[in-house]
Ligand binder design. Sequence first.
Ligand code: GS8
Length: 189
Amino acid sequence: MEDEVILLDMWASHFGMRVKIALAEKGIKYEHREENLENKSPLLLKMNPIHKKIPVLIHNEKPICESLIIVQYIDEVWRDNSPLLPSDPYQRAQARFWADYIDKKQVYPCMRGIYSGKGEEQEKPKEEYQEVLKVLEGKLGEKPYFGGDSFGSVDLSFVTFYSWFYAMEELGNFSIKAQCPKLVAWAKR
Ligand code: GS8
């Protein structure tokens, strides 16, 4: 029986993009269902009753929620094509740590603070956002990708935020390229 894969998503979501990249890397066919977050579908409320958020992957009628958990699930279920997490347990733990760092450090709320905050209110998220970028620049170092030579789960977890670099620079009046040239080169790669 062919797998039925449905993604509940909203086009602009950085978290939904993680799942779309994982599915694309693995070459998995799926049905994309766009959600209106102002008027969530009964299916979304049924499939993610706890958080009521997208993305939700529905695999053969079973829901998986939370983007990082979905990416790990995809990697485990379709393990034969393009691995996203390393197979070595220690390296795997490291990859999970860094993906978790991106979310724990509240990259997305910081970005929201930069675009919606005024004057003083903008300062704290701006500082925190730049600090995270510098830590990631250090972690990347001279490697082409976070995990080494090939694209993997940490790249996937952060690259979706790249589309907002320009807006952050303009609104926050700082240069990401000047502070984190390796990170910008990585994102383009
Ligand atoms: C975050 C998902 C999320 O914030 C993940 O999947 O990684 N930790 C989760 N989803 C937002 C849309 S993206 O901005 C969402 O569904 N919001 C609807 C709501 O809060 O009601």
